[in-house]
Design a protein around this ligand. Structure first.
Ligand code: HEC
Length: 111
């Protein structure tokens, strides 16, 4: 899996930080507000400019059906995954569909 260096900048990181700082804590089973908000969480790993600890595949511009398949496989324990990743994928088919649609519609790289 090729790793892309993406154009996330200090501004984006500030925005993300502000977003998380403003989130009230809530029960793990409550639905996130939108695919975009959820994607901000995924992007901490999947769209990080510099992630020295692990190689993470880019999600943007991937085929939607592929993303849905991959996410359901993680959730249903049919695909090898890091523990952290498994914890982050606890979502319903509807949410998986939303997030896959979001990423499939994103440009492949910002620059
Ligand atoms: C803690 C870091 C981390 C977070 C947060 C995270 N992921 Fe991942 N993700 C990974 C890593 C590492 C891999 C590849 C290895 C693996 O399967 O664990 C991966 C793999 C994937 C894949 C498979 C991609 C491919 O090309 O096969 C999908 C789809 C995916 N993640 C979606 C998501 C979504 C959606 C979210 C947010 C709900 C998310 N991930 C949150 C680290 C993360």
């Amino acid at each position: 899996m090729q790793r892309f260096v993406t154009g996330i900048g200090d501004r984006d990181i500030e925005n993300l930080t502000a977003f998380y700082a403003s989130q009230p804590s809530r029960p793990a089973d409550s639905a996130p507000g939108s695919a975009r908000e959820l994607a901000a969480k995924c992007d901490r790993c999947h769209d990080a400019e510099d992630n020295p600890k692990m190689v993470v595949p880019i999600l943007r511009a991937q085929d939607k059906d592929y993303l849905v398949m991959a996410l359901r496989s993680y959730r249903d324990d049919k695909r090898e995954s890091t523990t952290m990743h498994k914890m982050s994928v606890i979502y319903s088919n509807a949410i998986i569909d939303d997030i896959a649609t979001y990423y499939a519609s994103q440009p492949r790289a910002k620059h």
